[in-house]
Design a protein around this ligand. Structure first.
Ligand code: PRP
Ligand code: MN
Ligand code: MG
Length: 182
């Protein structure tokens, strides 16, 4: 079926809810980094939509860079093995860095990423994520900007994929069981 709508079970977070939340987070980020020179680091590929929309509600000029890491492969469970597929282009020593993520699930990707980035000597290192799942609470990571705490369901859309598909849904939703090969 080529119609994504037919693959959905339900919409969890609407486009309007996402954009309202990003405006909220954006105001906090604008205030917290007033007068500073903020570097946003988007975690490819999931964070593409959050990065694009969050960056556009900020009022101060930021710079952006990207890192590609992957822990999921094509399945729905984290393997715990994080691979760098693309490193940063810039040196972050002495920079104010804000990592932008779409979701923190097990927290494994982020805790690995934060220790990796932390060792490069940034002036500050914080995290903004659109979504966070309950399991993430068990990993000792401090996340300053959280959009939504969501239940432990597999979600897609707004950057989040299942086997690389559904990233381009403009909202966050869950998939119908038949999509998983039922
Ligand atoms: C997903 C998601 C986060 C990470 C969260 O990325 O975008 O980066 O998993 O999972 P965790 O908290 O359990 O580590 P994924 O590895 O699927 O790569 P992608 O962004 O390219 O889809
Ligand atoms: Mn990701
Ligand atoms: Mg993925």
């Amino acid at each position: 079926d080529k119609d994504m709508g037919a693959d959905l079970a339900k919409v969890l977070i609407t486009q309007d809810e996402i954009s309202a939340k990003l405006r909220e987070l954006g105001e906090r980020i604008d205030q917290d980094y007033a007068g500073r020179d903020l570097l946003l680091i988007g975690v490819l590929k999931g964070a593409v939509m959050v990065m694009a929309d969050l960056a556009r509600v900020l009022h101060s000029p930021v710079t952006m860079d990207w890192m590609a890491v992957s822990s999921y492969g094509s399945g729905t469970k984290s393997s715990g093995v994080v691979r760098i597929l693309k490193d940063l282009d810039v040196d972050i020593a002495g920079r104010d860095v804000l990592v932008v993520e779409d979701i923190i699930d097990s927290g494994l990707t982020l805790s690995w990423l934060l220790s990796n980035l932390g060792s490069r000597g940034p002036a500050s290192l914080e995290v903004a994520t659109l979504l966070r799942k309950p399991e993430a609470a068990q990993v000792n990571i401090e996340v300053k900007y959280v959009g939504f705490d969501i239940p432990n369901e597999f979600v897609v859309g707004y950057g989040l994929d299942y086997a690389e598909r559904y990233r381009n849904l403009p909202f966050v939703g869950t998939l119908a069981p038949h999509v998983y090969g039922g």
